[in-house]
Design a protein around this ligand. Structure first.
Ligand code: NAP
Ligand code: G4F
Length: 325
């Protein structure tokens, strides 16, 4: 039976990955940050089947302690300050956690457990101002946020530790993936929450485009990457792209209330025919630099990992609208 360490186990992806690896018979250790008011709702289903260890990516000693305590076969490094918007408010903290935190973990692996396989949660944000469409593993990077830059550092460090020390390190360059467990500040969950609660939606740029997949499916491919004979990096995406505006319209369609941004059903101020204000554009949610278009080409993952996403845009929204989670 294999033992895995998941950093960020209490996050969206960490919780799904823990469930998936448990179903495969893994012993699952989760790295948990101390909080004065812990919220372990996402891992509620598996809390009795996993072992939680307090620690922090910023605290190398806590990582060393865990590696001393358990024989860890695979590490999935999902912990991060993952909110792009906040990364302009806290660029140093974001870099400390995402960039230096990953390096600290790699150093602990190199010095104490070099046979441990390592998965790095890389991101399509590294493509930023995209240099080609669609983006694949060979597309040049051009990050547009402190978050994107911090993740690019971690990405290249993973490549470097693979090439320098023969560490089995794989980066999954995952495009946006959502679920009912998505954090409330991300645009998809914010839209779904507002619609369900009948609240006014206040959004920034509704014309940027994202390639949205389903988180529960995406964590399975993280596992697949670490089962290869040789470590490599993979783009994971649906290959479809949609604007935020389309997301709002499609989600609203589930309420039976038809809205249009242009035309008479929803005027420029956001009023529907019935007069209810549903959407307001709010400058505070615009970013200093935007990633306008992301759409991934996951054909390498299909070819080598036999992986393809099943859930696409409409079904993803349906899952999020119908869930009670
Ligand atoms: P998430 O829900 O924000 O989860 C991040 C987790 O990291 C949280 O559990 C958080 O702990 C933990 N964490 C933050 N700082 C930490 C630190 N210093 N030490 C230890 N743990 C820390 O993110 P996600 O959506 O699951 O994403 C997982 C990973 O994939 C992240 O690295 C993200 O950047 C990356 N990624 C995500 C997407 C996406 O679309 N979801 C796409 C590409 C890449 P708390 O629970 O205590 O807050
Ligand atoms: O939902 P978002 O905050 O996700 P973003 O910035 O694409 O980042 C997510 O995906 C990345 C993968 O590409 C991950 F690496 C990262 O960790 C995270 O999971 O914003 C999506 C788009 C942006 O263009 C943003 O400007 O929605 C736009 N947007 C418009 N109004 C808004 C809002 N985003 C948020 N969060 N809140 C708004 O009110």
């Amino acid at each position: 039976m294999k033992t895995t360490l998941i950093t960020g186990i209490n996050g969206q992806d960490g919780s799904y990955l823990a469930e998936y690896l448990l179903s495969l018979g893994y012993t699952v250790i989760g790295l948990l940050r101390r909080s004065s008011s812990p919220n372990l709702k996402r891992i509620g289903k598996v809390i009795d089947k996993i072992t939680l260890e307090y620690g922090d990516l910023l605290d190398e000693v806590s990582l060393q302690r865990i590696f001393k305590k358990y024989p860890i076969d695979e590490v999935y490094n999902l912990a991060a300050q993952s909110f792009v918007g906040l990364s302009w408010e806290q660029p140093i903290y974001t870099s400390d956690v995402n960039a230096m935190g990953t390096l600290k973990l790699l150093e602990v692996i190199r010095t104490t457990s070099p046979k441990t396989k390592f998965y790095q949660a890389s991101t399509s944000e590294m493509f930023g101002m995209v240099q080609e469409v669609p983006q694949n593993e060979n597309t040049p990077f051009y990050p547009r946020s402190p978050y994107g830059v911090s993740k690019l550092y971690a990405h290249w460090m993973s490549v470097n530790y693979r090439e320098s020390y023969n560490i089995f390190a794989c980066s999954g360059i995952l495009f946006n993936h959502e679920s009912p467990r998505r954090g409330n500040e991300f645009v998809t969950k914010k839209i779904i929450n507002a619609i369900k609660k009948n609240e006014i939606l206040r959004l920034g740029n509704i014309y940027s485009k994202r390639d949205w997949g389903y988180a529960q499916e995406y964590v399975e491919v993280m596992y697949k990457m670490l089962q290869q004979n040789t470590p490599e990096d993979f783009v994971i995406a649906t290959g479809e792209t949609h604007t935020i505006k389309e997301f709002v319209e499609t989600a609203f369609a589930f309420t039976g209330e038809e809205i249009h941004f242009e035309g008479k059903d929803l005027d420029e101020k956001g009023y529907t025919k019935s007069g209810r204000l549903v959407l307001e554009i709010d400058q505070q949610f615009y970013r200093p630099a935007e990633v306008n278009l992301l759409v991934g080409d996951a054909s390498k993952a299909k070819r080598l990992l036999n992986w393809e996403p099943k859930v696409k845009f409409n079904e993803l929204i349906e899952i999020m609208m119908k869930s009670d989670e």
